[in-house]
Write a protein that binds this ligand. Structure first.
Ligand code: PLP
Length: 393
């Protein structure tokens, strides 16, 4: 092994530990549920998963996956455009398009690869990408893969967006990109205002709705919630969070999907989902489409949880969705709170730099449809004890 590289790796890790930025991986010994066994500790209340609707361990999804393994096998055997597209992959895309009320969809291996797939494929060197400063890392990486010029606007600030549109007037095409729901603060992009500016300045729009999928608009996402789904050029959704399985997709016009099938690199050069993944996802969409109680329970729990934290004196920031940050500030205190909560039987992870800015560390909590009132009450009691112990409330 190369000593220069190995020494460099050791130095990097030591530096992270010194700055309280080193995060060990937690290991589950149970499915993703309201209460889990994690790092050997049982009956821990889980407030950190993106399994908003409890679908990840739902019997209907598991059954669909099992049947798909029996019928189609364990793997797809090829990339989608060679011979990796099975009937079940095509069926998933048709179901998704109907669910989202769009012309067509294309499924990628993950939301991350969907961003890497779509952004460089629909923009060229003479275009400009206009992107919110708090957009997700996978959007940032997708933008890096594009030859287009880039302009960052202030978070959810329409004056700043308009300024960016004026400054990029020379570009051939322009693409505005925003998260639908911002994953670290839980606030929502003002899509109607963004669409209006886009129309006025002749720009295209893209919404990454990873945290809106399955959560807002009865599960159909942020654009549907605002009634602008036929005005957004590119909607990205994830199948890995509320939908409970794995994958990402692009929803939009037939021309967009046709072009991506010819040119999007993760679609062309990385193998198709397992049949079980596609089948479980179809089962999840079926449930979301026919049973509104999943999203209703999620929102009821989210309101209860947020009010409970606020009553205890915690600052939950600007969240408008189930994502509920507990703002702490410095990285060390956030990690201490995470540790104290775990001792109290609650898993709620600290989010620190580089995921959020330095000095904006927080504990991010995600109540879900799986939690009972007593799960949430127990977790609130744990937050109260830990918060008092650390002098945060
Ligand atoms: C989680 C997330 C992704 C990535 O989705 P995966 O399916 O987990 O790869 C993309 N964009 C945003 C905004 C996200 O929060």
């Amino acid at each position: 092994m190369n000593e220069t590289l190995q020494n460099w790796l050791g130095d990097q890790i030591s530096s992270l530990i010194e700055q309280n930025l080193y995060k060990p991986i937690v290991v589950l010994d149970t499915p993703s549920g309201a209460r889990i066994t994690v790092n050997g500790k049982s009956d821990v209340i889980n407030l950190s998963s993106n399994n908003y609707l409890g679908l990840a361990n739902h019997p209907a999804l598991k059954q669909a996956a099992i049947e798909a393994v029996e019928r189609w096998g364990a793997g797809a055997g090829a990339v989608r455009p060679i011979v990796g597209t099975m009937r079940i992959h095509a069926e998933l895309e048709e179901r998704l398009a109907a669910f989202k009320h769009v012309d067509a969809t294309l499924v990628f291996q993950s939301g991350f690869t969907a961003n890497a797939g779509v952004i460089p494929t629909i923009t060229d060197g003479d275009d400009a990408i206009i992107t919110d400063e708090l957009n997700h890392a996978s959007i940032i990486d997708g933008v890096r893969l594009s030859k287009a010029a880039r302009k960052i606007y202030k978070h959810n600030d329409m004056a700043s967006l308009e300024q960016a549109l004026k400054e990029t007037a020379g570009a051939k095409k322009r693409l505005i990109i925003t998260d639908g729901v911002f994953s670290m603060d839980g606030d929502v992009a003002p899509l109607p205002a963004i669409v209006e500016l886009a129309e006025r300045y002749d720009a295209a729009t893209m919404v990454d709705d990873a945290h809106g999928s399955g959560v807002l608009g009865g599960g159909r996402g942020t654009a549907y919630h605002f009634g602008v789904h036929d005005k957004i050029d590119v909607q990205l959704g994830t199948l890995s969070k509320a939908v409970g399985v794995m994958g990402g997709y692009i929803a939009g016009s037939s021309a967009l999907i046709d072009w991506l099938k010819q040119r999007a690199r993760p679609f062309l050069f990385s193998t198709a989902h397992t049949p079980a993944t596609a089948a479980a996802t179809i089962a999840a969409i079926e449930l979301m489409d026919t049973d509104p109680t999943f999203t209703e329970r999620l929102w009821e729990n989210a309101r209860y949880w947020k009010a409970g934290l606020q009553n205890l004196g915690f600052d939950t920031g600007i969240s408008e969705t189930p994502i509920t940050p507990v703002m702490v500030g410095d990285e060390g205190s956030a990690l201490q709170l995470q540790k104290a909560l775990f001792e109290e039987g609650v898993l709620a992870l600290a989010i620190v730099f580089p995921t959020v800015a330095r000095g904006k560390a927080r504990i991010r909590t995600m109540p879900s449809a799986m939690h009972s009132k007593s799960d949430l009450d127990d977790a609130l009691a744990a937050f109260e004890r830990a918060g008092k112990r650390l002098g945060l409330i």
